[in-house]
Design a protein around this ligand. Structure first.
Ligand SMILES: *Cc1c(COP(=O)(O)O)cnc(C)c1O
Length: 424
């Protein structure tokens, strides 16, 4: 159903109802003055044009109002997080009360584990994927240490079978069942950063609950990429960053999800700060922490408004495009990418690589991870010199991620043409 031709790609683009969103983003330029072919939204999404005005507006409120901007600004800073709540809930399939934007991702993982990793007696282990993103590994390592355990004893890493690159759900479930009396927390990423595998969040959550454990997810590579349904899937907690698929700029704020059943309970333990205090009494400055109901009661510090303004401008685009529409286009784009890469492999003997991301669209997001051989770095550098921005992950993987907001089918066709012309 796909054809490796420019006409075909252009026809797909013509029919694409989301095609005009591309014009809302700023593209870096290649040395020839043309836009780069940007396939790196999995690492740092492009800048939405509206980010500039959003930021400027807050700078103006600051200059016009000083401290009074907390109440008199166009978007009062006092409850700035509320402007992002509905859009964030939409992106991750949550109820508004279950989400809040605050801090950054790894910090939030720690805060969430303070609430939801509460080892007791023989139930103290954490089960996670082997080869998780380093920050998650370090966070987990220090969490178990903080509670007085040894990493090797307290952390169960699920590994792919010999000769395989991704995890089988059945193997994850088996590990959970085999350790049913000792697991306190089941913690996985949504989409694995290295392999691009999308885990079966719903099934893993069910398995965790069946043994009496908590299910938490790091959605760094899933938010804005796939269609997650955190509330429906009964996930206990999750966190994500805003600068990958969510296009909100380097190092920007993170979102968190805390299931309604936990976040509306004032007795759920959390590390507290003044911004999570009951809003109408926050400035009475009294002793004794009373939380704002919902995930907002996990806020510690007052809102970093400049970053959040940019994030809001980006979330507004997701709201207009619709996460269902984006996911539908994303599946087509990535399927086309896979088709083109297979065609290149057939036709160009100078390229040898293997796509280690699952072929089933239900088991992946936008990204394909290409495991290369000794010429991999050479191929990657060649693509970079020719205006393609993808990324290289040690030891030998090229990650390419077409994103539905600003990539086209013709982009994929052009990538294929460049690869066909590659010579060792
Ligand atoms: C990108 C990413 C991070 C980054 O964490 P920060 O705290 O935002 O620097 C953490 N975990 C995963 C899985 C990621 O993909």
């Amino acid at each position: 159903m796909f054809i490796n031709s420019q006409e075909f790609a252009q026809e797909k683009d013509q029919k694409d109802e989301l095609k005009s969103f591309k014009t809302e983003f700023l593209f870096p330029k290649h040395t020839d003055g043309k836009n780069v072919l940007y396939l790196c939204g999995n690492s740092l999404g492009l800048q939405p044009k509206n980010a500039h005005n959003a930021l400027k507006s807050e700078l103006e409120d600051w200059s016009n109002w000083g401290v009074e901007g907390h109440f008199h600004g166009k978007k009062p800073w006092f409850h700035y997080h509320k402007f992002l709540t509905d859009y964030s809930a939409e992106v991750v399939g949550a109820k508004p009360i279950e989400v809040v934007v605050m801090n950054q991702l790894t910090v939030n993982l720690h805060l969430l584990m303070a609430s939801f990793y509460q080892p007791e007696g023989q139930r103290y282990k954490i089960i996670m994927e082997a080869g998780a993103f380093p920050s998650d590994m370090y966070a987990i390592e220090s969490q178990v240490k903080f509670h007085g355990y040894d990493y090797d004893d307290a952390v169960i890493e699920v590994k792919p079978r010999k000769g395989e690159h991704t995890l089988r759900t059945e193997d994850i479930l088996k590990s959970i069942e085999e350790n049913s009396d000792t697991i306190s927390l089941v913690f996985f990423s949504g989409v694995q950063y290295y392999t691009g595998q999308l885990f079966d969040i719903k099934t893993i959550t069910e398995a965790a609950h069946k043994i009496g454990a908590i299910a938490g997810f790091d959605l760094a590579h899933a938010a804005g990429n796939i269609n997650v349904k955190l509330h429906e899937w009964n996930v206990d907690f999750a966190a994500w960053c805003s600068y990958k698929y969510l296009n909100s700029g380097p190092g920007n704020v993170s979102g968190v999800f805390i299931n309604e059943k936990h976040c509306t309970n004032p007795d759920t333990f959390r590390l507290a700060g003044w911004w999570g205090y009951k809003e109408d009494k926050r400035f009475l400055m009294e002793r004794g922490f009373i939380p704002e109901p919902g995930a907002a009661g996990w806020q510690m510090s007052n809102a970093p408004v400049f970053g959040m303004a940019v994030h809001l401008s980006s979330l507004e685009i997701f709201h207009r495009a619709g996460i269902n529409n984006l996911r539908a286009k994303s599946i087509e784009l990535t399927n086309y990418l896979e088709f083109i890469l297979n065609d290149v492999l057939k036709k160009n003997n100078d390229i040898s690589m293997q796509n280690i991301t699952p072929s089933n669209p239900d088991e992946r997001g936008a990204q394909l991870s290409l495991l290369t051989d000794k010429n991999g770095k050479h191929l990657f550098d060649y693509l970079t010199q020719n205006g393609v921005i993808a990324d290289w992950r040690e030891p030998n993987v090229i990650r390419v991620a077409p994103t539905p907001l600003y990539n086209s089918f013709e982009d994929i066709f052009r990538l294929g043409q460049l690869m066909l012309a590659f010579k060792i």
